[in-house]
Design a protein around this ligand. Structure first.
Ligand code: NAP
Length: 287
């Protein structure tokens, strides 16, 4: 079997094209396009590359976007942007400062502008939703990479209900909320992590694998159940190349569907951030 690619680039292009009407409506109503503020605390090259990609995607889509480097703790800057009526969406670029600083920073982003779903109130409300209908009705933005992974399934009409889903990685922004979303879609979910005994055995029985651990090619192709769906969020630098968490060529021999890395989850995540910013701007018009 050779897996069909879940093409993130084309899904991202469709999402961004679908925003044009709403962007025009916001522009007409208030004389300014939706605006995204990207706060960045890191000097590292990968963070710079992510940032440039986001600003470029925003500009190409017709949103205003600006980077805000923070020399010290980001919380006061985030609060100021939260109070700025010209700003619709705020994101705090990874890597974020560890420990108390990160918690304070996430809490400083007002839920109405929290387009990545990291504020504890948004996060908690998301976890209180028991179904995808409740998530949609709640008005919160789920963590954006998780939304992207779910959209990749939905676009190819791959149902999660009744399936065995295995999520590898349990971080706050990725694995844990991904497991919750899959459960809300009625999958039967196993959440694996670094202390899981016999990870291979869990992956082997998965109809859906969500790879969220950040270790290049760690999930072996031979572990993948024939006909499974593999969604790989991993972004690992290997020399000059980016690779995912799954041994992709071997996995594609067994899976029915697989995301490429790069070109899978990443561009859809960016498109989700832009879509959420436009949605936040539209809500602002009604407020
Ligand atoms: N495409 C995108 O838009 C996007 C967005 C965000 C992140 N990412 C990528 O996704 C990956 C994960 O990011 P993250 O922020 O969630 O990472 P993280 O905070 O470092 O979390 C990694 C998780 O993987 C688990 N893990 C580590 N080694 C493992 C092993 N050998 N077996 C099983 N589980 C293991 C850890 O378990 P413990 O909890 O036990 O430590 C942890 O829960 C990274 O490559 C990141 O670049 C991509």
């Amino acid at each position: 079997m050779s897996a069909q690619l879940l093409d993130g680039k084309s899904l991202a292009a469709d999402i961004r094209a679908g925003l044009q009407e709403d962007i025009a409506a916001v522009l007409q109503a208030r004389g300014a396009t939706p605006r995204l503020a990207v706060v960045t605390c890191s000097q590292d090259a990968a963070a710079g590359a992510y940032l440039r990609a986001k600003l470029k995607a925003a500009a190409e889509t017709g949103l205003a976007a600006q980077a805000y480097p923070c020399a010290e703790g980001p919380a006061s800057l985030l609060r100021r942007l939260g109070e700025d009526p010209a700003v619709d969406g705020i994101i705090l670029e990874q890597p974020v400062p560890k420990g108390g600083d990160a918690a304070e920073a996430f809490a400083a982003i007002p839920p109405a502008k929290d387009v990545e779903g990291v504020n504890p109130l948004s996060y908690g409300r998301f976890f209180l939703c028991k179904s995808s209908a409740e998530i949609a009705a709640s008005g919160v933005f789920p963590p954006c990479t998780v939304s992207a992974m779910i959209l990749l399934l939905e676009r190819s009409r791959l149902p999660a209900a009744g399936k065995e889903a295995v999520v590898v990685g349990r971080s706050e922004i990725l694995g844990r909320p991904a497991a919750h979303y899959l459960s809300a879609l009625d999958a039967t979910v196993t959440l694996c992590h670094s202390r899981t005994v016999d990870l291979a055995a869990h992956v082997r029985r998965a109809d859906i694998v969500f790879a969220c651990l950040g270790r290049a090619g760690f999930i072996m192709g031979g572990w993948i159940k024939p006909g499974a769906v593999v969604v790989d969020a991993g972004m690992n630098r290997l020399g000059e190349a980016w690779v995912g968490d799954v041994e992709s060529a071997a996995a594609a021999e067994r899976a029915a569907f697989i995301t490429p890395v790069p070109g899978g989850v990443g561009p859809v995540t960016t498109a989700v951030v832009l879509a959420n910013t436009v949605a936040a701007a539209k809500r602002g018009l009604r407020a």
